[in-house]
Design a protein around this ligand. Structure first.
Ligand SMILES: [Zn+2]
Ligand SMILES: [Zn+2]
Length: 568
């Protein structure tokens, strides 16, 4: 995206100006970069209508550079500076403790210009001997590189950092230095991965508030600090922006910093069309404040219903909010059962008793144990006979268990679309999830035919992790989802939303499409241990992001109603 490209260029120019000791230029570029990347307004449109200067921090000089970049594809001053500093600032700046001046010192002394050359310098211990560095900073740089290589350029799974961030919020709240607090950004939208954290607060004592925040155990170091915003590196490797607002602006700040960019662009256009102006401080008509302290009032003043954060992706939610046709999203607290779990009998780590105990302790009313079938050898899938004896174990546990246990299977869809267990075994099962794990080919038609045949068998209830993607390591299978959704609709087969973080499958945009076919969904944690049961919460988040109401999610039924629904 053009905004991001230009913001990155201005960030680098700020770094290079800083090296050359031109503090004010550096600050100006930094400011322009920040407002270009967060404002999100389409630069091309602003450029065409001659309104680039409307962007905060864009004056004559920066406007000229944006124009050059759009018209000629380059900025002369940037190219000229880059020739002097052929350094990958963007990556190196992500390392804790490395500012432009230190980067430049490493560059002149040791030729460090990116992560690779830095690693080489670390390997031959040449950094500790440099002036301004030392044993300690060499060691902390080594750690920083490790963190960067693990996560740096990538985003982190929401599930992985969720509790920790909630904990930070609690600590801040307990300080009684803040009247209100909110974690905004993609965290609030419950996106399955997050790139950084945005914390907003109201405080009558901002100085103290900031000091308290930076002294938290979770904060590894300060990246930058100014009166309205401070940026820190958290110990978990994420960057975190912390901003303090006045009560009057807090709703506007929540709206602005929750995003998404695309949603906000659309909202600002609506404001303009009504002769108003929306920014992180409020909604204004001329000099008059229309709304600011409360998010819902801002939406209302724009003629819209308040929109749940999970929906803010500019995927039709604004139009629906205008027509008062937003869905009533399924609530996190409405989920009564988990419909995808494993035990130690296949590739899980906990026993049936432990899984049931943990599910009961977490407040669930029922759980389906869906171990793998024999075709999945890497997971020690059970044979027909194996399932028969496992099912007897479930029967006897059901007699004393406080929650209902359903006999399930995660059944292999074989190469020709046939199923991995005998009909007589399948008839014993309460809940059959079918899954594609092996033999997937590059041809969408072939893969789709396999899945559609399984759906049409009359023997499966739900299709597990339909796309097969593993975030960060495997692309989605090639499949024709229109045909799959049609087949599900026709055969009354459900679609799973798998909450295992790497899977997060079906992805929310496909959930939204599937919803239009009137298909029902089953949520599953795909637990391989008791601690994975929490994935159900994140499956629910995907359901909400995919516009699902309570009626579309099978897991909201009580155990008896669920039993009736799956009976064949
Ligand atoms: Zn699976
Ligand atoms: Zn599974």
């Amino acid at each position: 995206m053009l905004n991001d490209e230009l913001a990155a260029i201005f960030e680098e120019m700020a770094d290079m100006e800083e090296i050359e000791g031109r503090k004010w230029q550096s600050i100006a570029y930094r400011k322009a970069a920040a407002s270009i990347s967060t404002a999100g307004g389409n630069l091309i449109d602003l450029y065409r209508s001659g309104r680039l200067r409307d962007i905060d921090g864009v004056g004559e000089a920066i406007e000229a550079k944006i124009r050059d970049y759009i018209e000629k594809g380059k900025i002369e001053k940037y190219d000229e500076m880059k020739a002097r500093y052929p350094i990958d600032f963007a990556s190196l700046r992500k390392l804790q403790g490395l500012g432009p001046k230190k980067i430049y010192a490493l560059f002149t002394a040791l030729g460090v210009k990116d992560i690779e050359t830095l690693k080489a310098a670390l390997n031959d211990h040449s950094i500790s001997g440099l002036q301004g560095f030392g044993e300690k900073s060499e060691e902390s740089l080594r750690k920083a590189v490790e963190v960067f290589e693990k996560y740096g350029a990538n985003r982190r799974f929401l599930a992985e950092i969720y509790d920790e961030i909630q904990e930070i919020k609690k600590k801040l709240a307990k300080s009684s230095l803040f009247e209100d607090l909110e974690i905004a950004g993609s965290f609030r939208r419950m996106r399955e991965t997050v790139g950084d954290i945005d914390i907003l607060g109201i405080s009558s004592n901002p100085e103290k508030g900031r000091e308290f925040f930076t002294n938290l155990d979770d904060v590894a170091g300060i990246i930058s600090s100014g009166p309205s915003k401070m940026t820190v590196r958290l110990k978990n490797g994420l960057t975190c922006d912390f901003r303090i607002f006045a009560r009057d602006s807090f709703g506007a700040a929540m709206q602005y910093f929750t995003g998404s960019k695309e949603h906000n662009v659309q909202l600002r256009e609506i404001a303009i069309s009504k002769g108003m102006k929306l920014n992180e401080y409020g909604l204004y008509e001329g000099d008059r404040v229309k709304a600011g302290s409360d998010e819902a009032t801002i939406y209302r003043a724009l003629g819209l219903e308040w929109i749940e954060p999970e929906l803010r992706e500019n995927m039709g939610e604004i139009e629906a909010a205008g027509a008062k046709r937003l869905p009533r999203l399924v609530e996190y607290g409405s989920i009564r059962g988990d419909l995808h779990t494993h035990t130690v009998d296949t590739d899980g780590r906990n026993t049936l008793e432990q899984m049931v105990g943990a599910a009961s302790a977490s407040g669930l009313e029922y759980i389906a144990i869906t171990n793998h079938s024999k075709g999945l050898k890497v997971a020690k899938g059970l044979t027909d006979e194996g399932f028969r004896s496992f099912n007897r174990k479930i029967d006897s546990m059901n007699e004393k268990s406080s929650i209902r246990i359903f006999k399930g299977v995660e059944l292999e869809i074989l190469k020709d679309g046939s199923l991995d267990l005998d009909d007589s075994t399948l008839q014993e099962m309460d809940f059959v999830l079918a899954a594609l794990h092996q033999g997937v080919v590059g041809d969408a038609n072939e893969n789709t035919a396999r899945v559609v045949k399984a759906i049409g068998s009359g023997k499966i209830h739900s299709l597990a992790h339909p796309t097969g993607r593993l975030i960060g390591s495997r692309e989605a299978y090639r499949l024709n989802f229109e045909r799959i959704f049609e087949a599900c609709k026709e055969n009354q087969v459900f679609i799973e939303i798998n909450g295992y973080p790497e899977r997060s499958d079906l992805p929310f945009d496909l959930v939204k499409k599937a919803r239009e076919y009137g298909i029902l969904f089953t949520l599953g944690s795909d637990s391989h241990s008791t601690k994975d049961l929490r994935n159900l919460h994140f499956a629910t988040a995907i359901a909400r992001r995919g516009w699902l109401d309570k009626e579309s999610v099978v897991n909201t039924l009580n155990a008896d109603h669920f039993t009736n629904l799956i009976r064949r």
